[in-house]
Ligand binder design. Structure first.
Ligand code: SAH
Length: 287
């Protein structure tokens, strides 16, 4: 065992699966903070021969696989972007070469992450796979901003939406009227490029311009930034603040709970802004 290997984070005792040569494990790395990685993902990092990773996977996480070759397969950051077909077939090739292949994706591999497509290609080529879920940015990222994705007084459902489709356009398959009518809280991934169109579609469909909204940028990383706004002003506020992806948009009254639950601000010594932002008029424990 090399020194670099023994310096890796230790896994607690458990019957951890063996990473067999020729397998591909499709794993989520969580939204950013390395502490949000699952233990299965850590087990995979410790055994992998190759890690094929996406743009939003932090270096600190890759550092937990010093023995492995690291291959970038992301689609941003000024590096040349890899085509989905090429990535999938590259995974097949690596597995056929007898490698233990860890395909590491931001958040959860099956949430707007094309994990399903890659898994399908692998299965179609007879490559054995394992899926390791991760904490998705639309849940964990909001939690780091102090926004509960569900809150009993606000919503009994959540609608996850992608802000663009394969062509890069606002998804034409989405029925914005139905979303506006039915979605109690909306969590929008990849929404920055078309935020003006998304907000307009929701407003045209009758959503209240004063509805609370939040934009969480680089959630769970040291660069995390949270903008509180409203549906009616979010596009302008995002432009004025010069906010960039990766960002999660959340539209709904659960955003108000941040006035109480902004735990990072409280940890820095700030008082909670409002301990009853929904105006229930009674303690939270009194249901
Ligand atoms: N599979 C990922 C989502 C991939 S799509 C997941 O489950 O989280 C990429 C989009 O995810 C980004 O455009 C952004 O909307 C969101 N995202 C991922 N990481 C993020 C982060 N740390 N902060 C804010 N948004 C993030």
């Amino acid at each position: 065992m090399s020194d670099s290997f023994t310096s890796l984070p230790v896994l607690p005792g458990n019957d951890w699966p063996d990473f067999q040569p020729g397998w591909v494990w499709l794993a989520g790395a969580g939204p950013g903070d390395p502490g949000l990685l699952t233990l299965h993902a850590l087990n995979a990092l410790r055994q992998a021969d190759v890690v094929v990773y996406d743009a939003l996977v932090q270096d600190a996480i890759l550092a937990w696989a010093p023995q492995a070759e690291h291959i970038y397969a992301g689609k941003r950051g000024g590096k040349p972007s890899a085509k989905q077909r090429d990535i999938s077939l590259h995974l097949v090739e690596l597995a056929r070469a007898g490698k233990r292949v860890l395909r590491l994706k931001g958040g959860d591999p099956f949430v707007f992450g094309r994990g399903g497509e890659e898994g399908q290609t692998l299965v179609q080529h007879g490559i054995p796979i394992r899926i390791i879920p991760g904490i998705s940015a639309g849940i964990g990222g909001l939690a780091y901003a102090g926004i509960p994705v569900t809150h009993r007084d606000v919503n009994q459902s959540v609608t996850f939406v992608t802000g663009h489709d394969q062509t890069g356009d606002t998804p034409s398959s989405l029925n914005w009227q139905a979303i506006a009518d039915g979605a109690q809280v909306l969590v929008i991934y990849m929404g920055m490029k078309h935020v003006d169109r998304i907000a307009k579609a929701l407003l045209d469909a009758g959503r209240d311009p004063d509805e609370p909204a939040a934009v969480v940028t680089s959630a769970t990383t040291p660069d995390q930034h949270v903008l509180e706004t409203t549906l009616g002003t979010m596009a302008v506020d995002i432009a004025n603040a010069g906010l960039k992806p990766p960002s999660i948009l959340c539209i709904g009254r659960s955003v108000l709970m941040r006035q109480t639950l902004d735990w990072q601000a409280i940890a820095q010594g700030l008082e909670p802004r409002n301990v009853d932002p929904l105006g229930r008029g009674r303690p939270a424990e009194a249901s």
